[in-house]
Design a protein around this ligand. Structure first.
Ligand SMILES: Cc1cc2nc3c(=O)[nH]c(=O)nc-3n(C[C@H](O)[C@H](O)[C@H](O)COP(=O)(O)OP(=O)(O)OC[C@H]3O[C@@H](n4cnc5c(N)ncnc54)[C@H](O)[C@@H]3O)c2cc1C
Length: 235
């Protein structure tokens, strides 16, 4: 996040220091949306090369039998960063089934490479997916910059621990169904910290609904607009 955030601020005209990918061999660990933003930003900086490690297998081009409509199609997708790298260097930056083992560095503490192994995914007897390292597949990728984009790990722990807020099984702040109050009186949660990594539209939606619930809890009723700016029902 430091990489993306500091560069965004620079683009807004601020003079803050930022991590530059210029002339660097860049490794992005994590093949999701944040990884894609790291790829595209590195490209704009003028990186020498960009490679992305994804630990999961390459998704199929079309739906697998186990992934029928109307479930979300888990298929191979090409996002803008992947397309841009392919346009520049003629190859998609992602390598799949790759697990990072350790970083390698020089005497000055600079990273010089990432040692990896390929992994093989298979289902165990209970039907759960498990991965195993592929023997003899170790490979070190040379690099000068490693960007970690391995997913949302949940809300900041300090506030959760200080206030002893209950978490759901995924590690997010727990609220009753369709409500925003937590187990701590007068403490409400909305957005990513409550629903997990999501989208801006959901954060806006939840923020508005949460404000409506806070108003109703304090005042006994609320005429605040819910999602979409239309008051359907008064709380
Ligand atoms: C790299 C990246 C790219 C994304 N791209 C998209 C996209 O293209 N489209 C899209 O819809 N969504 C995108 N998302 C997701 C989107 O950013 C989030 O879903 C959305 O910002 C969630 O809003 P939020 O208000 O719940 O949380 P946040 O936007 O994370 O805001 C939480 C704020 O709380 C602050 N905070 C944390 N702890 C404390 C504390 N103890 N005291 C005070 N403040 C605190 C944090 O610093 C932060 O400013 C992206 C996310 C990432 C990481």
């Amino acid at each position: 996040m430091n990489f993306l955030e500091s560069w965004q601020k620079r683009q807004e005209g601020k003079e803050n220091p930022y991590i530059s990918a210029k002339d660097k061999d860049v490794i992005v660990i994590g093949g999701g949306d944040t990884g894609c933003d790291c790829i595209a930003t590195s490209l704009r900086h003028g990186a020498k090369s960009i490679t992305t490690f994804e630990i999961l297998p390459e998704p199929p081009a079309t739906r697998a039998d186990s992934n029928p409509w109307p479930t979300w199609p888990r298929i191979f997708r090409v996002d803008y960063g992947h397309e841009e790298v392919k346009l520049k260097w003629g190859r998609d930056p992602r390598v799949f089934n790759v697990k990072s083992l350790n970083f390698e560095g020089d005497a000055n503490g600079n990273v010089t490479g990432v040692k990896t192994t390929l992994v093989k995914w298979s289902k165990d007897d209970s039907g759960r997916w498990t991965m195993k390292d592929v023997e003899g597949s170790e490979k070190t990728y040379k690099c000068d910059l490693v960007l970690l984009a391995m997913g949302f790990l949940g809300p900041e722990r300090s506030i959760v621990e200080e206030l002893s807020v209950d978490l759901d099984p995924r590690g997010n702040l727990q609220t009753p169904r369709s409500k925003y109050n937590t187990c701590v009186p007068n403490l409400y949660a909305a957005g990513d910290c409550r629903r997990g990594q999501s989208l801006v539209v959901w954060a806006i939606h939840e923020g508005r609904q949460c404000a409506q619930q806070v108003d109703a809890d304090l005042m006994g009723h609320s005429s605040l607009a819910g999602p979409g700016g239309i008051v359907n029902t008064l709380l």
